[in-house]
Design a protein around this ligand. Structure first.
Ligand code: ADP
Ligand code: MG
Length: 469
C-alpha cells in the first residue's frame, strides 16, 4: 500500500524536520559529537505508528510490577549469584561487575536510598488470529535513554497529521513526558540524601551526541533548584575521592546522586583506573542510579532465569495475579547452561535458527545474533562452557507497517518498518520503605524491517509515536 504521492511526502517531511528542530528534538552531528555549533534533528518517523490500545495499556499497567521485581532481585544476593554463576565464569565483563557487587556486599552498603530508572521494551508479536501480543524484549536498568527527546515528538506528528488531512488522528496522539517523571524520582533521591549543596552527577560518555536527551532531565532538576554536573569517568578518576564518611566528592563538590549514562559496555572501561572509579562510586554514600546489584538485575541472563517455572512466584509469593501479569509479557527464553536442558536449546536453535535470537550479555544494540549466524556461533561454542555467555530467545515477529524514516542525509523513501514500545518506570526506596513507584511515560522506536538489530544511537531505529487504535 502506497501511503501518498512523492511531492506531498517531500513537503510533509520538510515541515516535520522544521518542527522537530523547533521543538528541540536534537542530536549533535557525528562529525562533532562534543560541540553544539552544528546540530541536526534526532531521526524520527514521518508518521506515527498504529498500536492497539489494549496492548499499550497492558504495557503501562505492568510497569510498576517490573519496577518492584527489579528492586527485589537487586536485594537478593543469593538469587543473583545462582542466576549469574555460569555466565560470570565465561563472560569477563559481567564477571567484573559481579566482583564489584560482591565487594560491596562484603563491606556492607553505605547508602540505603535506592533510585531506579527503568525502561521495559516490547514488541507486539503477531498472532494467527490477527491479534498481537505484548512480548518483552528486555528491561533496561542502566542508562535507558530517549526519555527527554520523546517528550517533544508528539507535537511533530500532530502537525504532520493535520497537514495530511487527518485531523481526528492528530487529536489521538498522546502527550508524553518521561523526562519530568525521571527527574521527579531523581529529585526525590536527592532530597532524601539531604544536602542542599550536593549535586546530581550525570556520568556521561566521551562522545556526547545524545546530550540533548539528557539536558531535558537536567533542566527539570534545575527547575527544582537541584544542581547538576556532567562528568566523565576520567574526571572521577582524576578528581574524585571519598571522605571518611564515604561521601563522594568530584572536583571539590559533594555528589548526592550518580546518574550513570555511561558504563554499560566493556569499552566504557578502557583502563584499570576506570574500573577503580566505578568501584569508588559504588562504595560511596552517593545514591547510585543504578547501583551495582540493580545493574546486574538488568542482565539478559537474569531475564532468562526469571522465565523458568516457579521463579517469579518466589519474588511474589502471595501475588499470583502480579506473577501472571508479568509472565504474560515473557517470550520464550532458553538456557545454554551445560547440561541436558542447554543441549536441548542448542539442538532447537540449530534446527530452526530463524525462529530465535542468540544474545550475549551486552547492551547498546548491535550485539545479538540472528539466522544462519546463530548456527556458526553455536557450532563453535556448543561443546564448551563458552556457550553459557549467551541466552536464546524466541524471535518476535511484529506486523510490518509502512512508514518513512527521516534521518539526516538519508533519501526520502517508504519502507516496511517494525516498532518497539518502551515504557519508563521509576522507583525510590529508602531502607524498607518504597517512597515512589510509578510508570512515567513511553517511547516508540521504529526501524526498517531489513535490520534485525540496533537502536537509535546505533543509527538504525528512529523516534516514533503510538497512534492508539
Ligand atoms: P540491547 O541491549 O542491545 O538493546 P536488545 O535485547 O534490546 O539488546 O536487542 C536489540 C534489538 O534487537 C532490539 O531493539 C530489537 O530490535 C532486536 N531484538 C532483540 N530481541 C529480539 C527478539 N526476541 N525478537 C525480535 N527482535 C529482537
Ligand atoms: Mg534494547
Amino acid at each position: 500500500k502506497v501511503i501518498m504521492n512523492t511531492s506531498l511526502m517531500k513537503e510533509l517531511a520538510d515541515v516535520a524536520k522544521d518542527v522537530a528542530l523547533q521543538q528541540g528534538i536534537l542530536m549533535r552531528i557525528q562529525e562533532t559529537p562534543n560541540s553544539s555549533e552544528l546540530v541536526t534533528y534526532a531521526p524520527f518517523t514521518l508518521f506515527p505508528t498504529p498500536v492497539p490500545k489494549a496492548v499499550f495499556l497492558q504495557a503501562l499497567a505492568v510497569q510498576t510490577h517490573y519496577n518492584t521485581l527489579v528492586d527485589k532481585i537487586s536485594q537478593d544476593p543469593d538469587f543473583l549469584e545462582e542466576a549469574l554463576a555460569s555466565t560470570i565464569a565465561v563472560d569477563d565483563f559481567t564477571g567484573r561487575l559481579f566482583r564489584i557487587h560482591q565487594q560491596i556486599l562484603k563491606e556492607g552498603r553505605s547508602q540505603s536510598i535506592v533510585l531506579g530508572l527503568n525502561r521495559s521494551d516490547y514488541m507486539l508479536d503477531q498472532r494467527n488470529n490477527g491479534l498481537s501480543s505484548l512480548k518483552q524484549i528486555e528491561i533496561n536498568t542502566f542508562a535507558a535513554s530517549f526519555g527527554g527527546l520523546s517528550s517533544r515528538t508528539p507535537d511533530v506528528h500532530r502537525q504532520i497529521l493535520k497537514m495530511a488531512g487527518r485531523l481526528e488522528e492528530s487529536q489521538r496522539i498522546l502527550d508524553n513526558d518521561p523526562a519530568a517523571g525521571l527527574a521527579r524520582a531523581v529529585a526525590k533521591a536527592w532530597e532524601l540524601y539531604g544536602s542542599e549543596r550536593a549535586v546530581v552527577m550525570f556520568l556521561v560518555e566521551e562522545s556526547q551526541r545524545n546530550i540533548f536527551d539528557q539536558r531535558y532531565i537536567e533542566y527539570e532538576l534545575w527547575k527544582r533548584n537541584i544542581p547538576t554536573k556532567r562528568k566523565r569517568f576520567d574526571d572521577v578518576c582524576e578528581k574524585g575521592s571519598l571522605d571518611q564518611d564515604k561521601r563522594l566528592f568530584v572536583d571539590g563538590q559533594e555528589v548526592a546522586v550518580v546518574y550513570f549514562r555511561n558504563g554499560y559496555m566493556p569499552q566504557n572501561y578502557p583502563s584499570e583506573k576506570t574500573w577503580e572509579a566505578r568501584l569508588m562510586m559504588e562504595r560511596s554514600l552517593a545514591v547510585k542510579c543504578p547501583d551495582i546489584s540493580t545493574h546486574l538485575a538488568g542482565t539478559k541472563k537474569v531475564q532468562q532465569v526469571l522465565a523458568k517455572p516457579g521463579v517469579l512466584e518466589k519474588f511474589f509469593p502471595d501475588k499470583p495475579q502480579v506473577v501472571e501479569q508479568i509472565r504474560a509479557t515473557f517470550a520464550g527464553l532458553y538456557t545454554l547452561d551445560i547440561g541436558p536442558e542447554g543441549d536441548k536449546t542448542v539442538a532447537m536453535a540449530l534446527a530452526a535458527p530463524d525462529q530465535f535470537v542468540l544474545k550475549p550479555q551486552r547492551e547498546g544494540g548491535g550485539n545479538n545474533i540472528y539466522g544462519s549466524e546463530i548456527c556458526q556461533v553455536l557450532q563453535g561454542v556448543k561443546e564448551s562452557t563458552e556457550r553459557t555467555a549467551y541466552i536464546l530467545m524466541d524471535k518476535i515477529h511484529p506486523a510490518p507497517v509502512q512508514n518513512c524514516l527521516l534521518r539526516r542525509d538519508a533519501p526520502l523513501q517508504i519502507s516496511n518498518c517494525l516498532s518497539e514500545l518502551g515504557v519508563f518506570g521509576v522507583y525510590v526506596r529508602q531502607g524498607k520503605d518504597t517512597v515512589m513507584n510509578d510508570c512515567v511515560g513511553h517511547l516508540l522506536r521504529t526501524k526498517s524491517s531489513e535490520h534485525s538489530d540496533g537502536g537509535v544511537a546505533a543509527g538504525v531505529a528512529v523516534l516514533d509515536n503510538p497512534l492508539l487504535v
